[in-house]
Design a protein around this ligand. Structure first.
Ligand code: FES
Length: 587
């Protein structure tokens, strides 16, 4: 993988910009008291004038932390990026940012996506930065970094963390998340021992890098690539592969030229580039979280995109990436099969290949010579992984603003189902009840979780794959219809209806469902219906007492006041596209 020579791009002559037009010139280039201070403080760090004078200042926003195993290699990768920046004639500066580890952040990493987006934007705004390398990958970090960079609109390139190596246990391949849920159910059903469970714990995460199933990390880094934010195939390279540091160095070299070319997010993002990203995500059976993040990113770019765009494209795009949880293989196999470039090549006519990328050319240029090496991992369009639609957006009296489901990840008998509700008023209620031996539940029941949305969770946690009750597990039941206003991990599976909007915590209809009510879901009709009369719903609404907000102060209080609903991308109202924020005065 090499970067394209931007000198071949007419009208984009590198180094054609006057260094005095660089944003950082306002800090370093003028001759006054303030700039004396700025320059002397660079020299304080041991740099000479030749190191930084007249050079693009490249921020490397690094989401490394000791609590983020997915980004454990970023300490080294940042040096690889810096090497590239120096070689290309830039001045690299590392800016640490909130790590948002999916593995540890409570109550959910989603609470902090917008925090990192704000931090990224303000890092770039307040400092002498001309271009930025964004280092992320663990779930929320990718959309957060991109949202901040889109709003700031400086030249930006994304370095994805890359997937970890395949898991291994007892001769079996293990996939992040998916096999945790699978073997946890087996443990609860009594079919594997404590010792075997510990062996799985040792074998499931074998290297640094992000989850190697088609979870949110793999989905969002692929979306970043299709939107044009990475070098070609960057999102598919396993974190432990030596191609990964080479890609990081290439990205460092490329961002310097991007600054001279003044190639910004607003130059590459269009409605078509977002549609391309949706098509690729659907073809990979990507995480449902990607829907929320894509809508949020598009709105930052002032592009009108909604969940119905996903549904319309889902009817045309088959799943061709044979990757768990919807398929058989893992991201390491996907890379050996040709990676995202090969997948995009297979999708061919379903994409607008004229869209621009950070590489200086078009998406079509980037995949021109791509080939599929393992046709069972990346299938041709006429041999999809599943005939089922990868994603469906449902509407009805229970979800007036929509909800989503992944039919391909559910048992087909549940694509059209009517059953009695079994309602849990919140997560703790569900956790206390679900394994009770005397729980009155059948495989036909519809499990309902309330108060798990953006405000209710709080933060819309990944609780949407409600556990199958233990009594049913013993009977061999492995899938049921489950409804909530929460999200679910991209590594999860099952007949889970998610993102119900508006959420129950703010008085959405989900708040008024009671145990025993009949609920109907029909994927073909894209319908979700609560069989309760309008009059009865009005009575229940009148009796409803709004729950108290979770947070009396702090970031949580700000979050609760300003967070949008799932169909709106869960961005803060004050961060969505509006009037441009003025550049800071240099006094
Ligand atoms: Fe970091 Fe899955 S926990 S990507």
């Amino acid at each position: 993988m090499t970067t394209r020579d931007p000198g071949r791009d007419p009208g984009r002559d590198p180094k054609s910009r006057d260094p005095k037009s660089l944003r950082s010139h306002r800090w370093f280039g003028v001759q006054d008291l303030r700039s004396f201070g700025h320059r002397s403080r660079v020299r304080q760090m041991g740099y000479a004038a030749a190191d930084f004078t007249g050079k693009p200042v490249i921020a490397i926003v690094n989401t490394w932390s000791d609590l983020n195993p997915c980004h454990a290699h970023f300490k080294q990768r940042v040096e690889d990026v810096k090497r590239g920046v120096w070689q290309a004639g830039g001045f690299p500066v590392e800016l640490p940012a909130m790590s948002v580890p999916e593995t540890y952040a409570k109550p959910t990493s989603m609470l902090y996506r917008n925090f990192l987006a704000m931090e990224t934007e303000e890092h770039l705004r307040s400092n002498p930065i001309d271009g930025v390398v964004l280092m992320g990958g663990c779930d929320k970090t990718t959309p957060a970094l991109l949202m901040g960079a889109i709003s700031m609109d400086l030249p930006a390139i994304f370095v994805p963390a890359g997937p970890m190596l395949r898991g291994n246990w007892g001769g079996k391949i293990l996939g992040s998340g998916s096999d945790v849920w699978k073997y946890w159910d087996e443990k609860r059903a009594g079919t594997i021992s404590e010792r075997e469970w510990e062996e799985i714990e040792n074998g499931i995460a074998r290297s640094h890098g992000v989850c190697m199933t088609m979870g949110t990390a793999a989905t969002m880094t692929a979306i970043a690539e299709v939107l044009g934010f990475t070098l070609p195939n960057a999102s598919s390279i396993p974190a432990a592969d030596s191609n990964h540091p080479r890609m990081a160095g290439d990205s460092g070299r490329r961002i310097v030229d991007m600054v001279w070319e003044d190639l910004k997010p607003s130059d590459i993002l269009t409605r078509k580039s977002f549609e391309n990203a949706i098509v690729a995500s659907l073809a990979m059976a990507g995480s449902t979280n990607g829907i929320i993040h894509t809508v949020a990113m598009a709105r930052r770019a002032r592009i009108d995109l909604g969940i119905d765009d996903y549904d319309a494209l889902a009817r045309e795009v088959p799943v061709i990436a044979n990757v768990r949880p919807s398929g058989q293989f893992l991201m390491e196999d996907f890379y050996y099969a040709g990676g995202l470039r090969a997948l995009l090549k297979e999708l061919g006519g379903k994409l607008d290949l004229t869209q621009r990328t950070v590489n200086g050319g078009t998406l079509g240029d980037d995949i021109a010579d791509a080939r599929t090496h393992l046709p069972d991992v990346i299938r041709p369009l006429d041999n999809p992984v599943s005939s089922a639609v990868g994603l469906a957006v449902l509407r009805g009296n229970l979800a007036p603003n929509g909800c989503v489901m992944k039919p391909a990840a559910a048992e087909p008998r549940l694509w059209k189902h009517t059953g009695p509700a079994l309602v849990f008023r919140d997560y703790n209620h569900m956790a206390a009840e679900i394994d009770r031996e005397d729980l009155e539940v059948t495989a036909d029941h519809v499990l309902v979780l309330q108060n798990a949305g953006p405000q209710g969770g709080p933060g819309m946690p990944e609780w949407g794959m409600l556990p199958i009750p233990k009594t049913l597990l013993r009977q061999g039941v492995r899938d049921m219809l489950r409804l909530s206003d929460s999200r679910m991990s991209g590594t999860s599976y099952g007949a889970c209806v998610l993102h119900i909007a508006p959420e129950s915590f703010i008085g959405g209809p989900l708040a008024f469902v009671r145990t025993g009510d009949l609920i109907e879901v029909d994927i073909a009709l894209r319908r979700i219906h609560l069989h309760v009369s309008d009059e009865e719903m009005a009575r229940r609404r009148a009796d409803w007492v709004a729950p108290r907000p979770h947070y009396p102060r702090g970031y949580g209080a700000l979050f609760s006041r300003h967070i949008g609903q799932a169909d709106e991308g869960c961005d803060f109202d004050f961060l969505q596209a509006g009037e441009a924020v003025p550049e800071p005065e240099i006094h």
